[in-house]
Design a protein. Sequence first.
Length: 468
Amino acid sequence: MIMQKTYSHSQLSYLSADEKYELGRSLQALVPLESHADWSIDINRSDPTYIIEQQNESRISWLVPVRRSRMSVSPFTFYRGTARIMAHDLSKTPITGLQTQICGDAHLSNFGVYASPERHLVFDLNDFDETLLGPWEWDVKRLAASYIIAGRHNGFTPKESKKITRLAVSSYRETMLKLSIMRLTDIWYSKVDAEDFFNMIPESEVKNSNIKTINKAKTQDHRHSLDRLAEKVNGKYQIKSESPLMVPLRDIPESKELEIINGQFIEEKYSDYIEILPDNVQHLLQNYQVVDFAIKVVGVGSVGTLCSIILLQNPDQNDPLFLQIKQANKSVLEEILPSSKYNLSGRRVVEGQRLMQTVSDIFLGWTTSRYTNNHYYWRQLKDWKGSQNVEKTNSKGMEVYAVLTGRTLARAHARSGDPISISTYMGKSEKFDESITVFAEKYADQTEKDYQIYKGRINDEKLEIRKL
């Protein structure tokens, strides 16, 4: 990594505000804002297909072709599965050494709405599989590049794509400036209320689209999931079979790649999960019993890891609860940065999520398999969850979304990092915004080249795919 020194949160917490301002200004000389525009491919960089296929070696073999198929649709879908590639590319770029808890995969599709425990609809980051303590610049650059790639995918003009990307970066910078003069407790309490934000949008067409997103999210609850994912057989609910995207316990094929998945295994895993929850959540879950279990394919980058759902019910069959269990591997960032202080990858994900989100799911938890030592994290499957359909969003709508994601990322970083030194470093001019946008265009070009290589391997029938 191109850096001068690492500044941890514990080190900065002992500095006065004046000392933090001075640190931010001194870093401008050591790591010029213009340097963030630099990007050129490392001559020793591995073939992108090799980097992706290395990840697939540890995944469920009959789901790997599904992952390849989803990544091969377009450069935009390909980018969603390239966190590992970009992590290695970013390790060659300039950083200030100011650390925060970072998402590690902060592309624009990893944001969305969900219900807070107080039943408010909030907007926040919603994917933390790669989260780790690291350079805040990496999240900003991954987010920015995703806007150029999405803009090209949606047919926006280069001028429109650049404007949207700059808006995301400037929103991050301007929000960090506002956070830098706030009390620490106010930073921790601050959140993006989705409905309040969208009500401020003047354009009727964009506003109507976002209102639909909000209204749809509020239908995404456990009752809706029961109607969509389960069916009644002999008077009892069971999860539907929709192989290979959803495979219930009764239909899971025997495979040496899978753990010993049976009724006893599920009960033991659930029991381990219950034990690490707060007493009040344990009390709530005492009213439910495990009814069924299924492997469920989700997303793009996660396909092939063991992702599953559990259906729970209380004696009232109209009161279901779906929990999602996702395999948690080492973060791709741990190949470059110091490893997490948590030995359990599931806990790394959960603690990172709690640190970056203002409000989090009360059902977050983690377990480790007694059979294979695989790590998992748990959460609700659906609780007013929704996301922007960015592939169908026009340029005006994307501008609004860019401002929202930039603001959200800054708030997430400010919770674990130092907003004063970060904000002072970026400054009040648009120099930082422009440099990151230039980087984003260059990296989007590289992503398209990587995609063509990957697509070529599939077209040559060297990589098996399975379209669904």
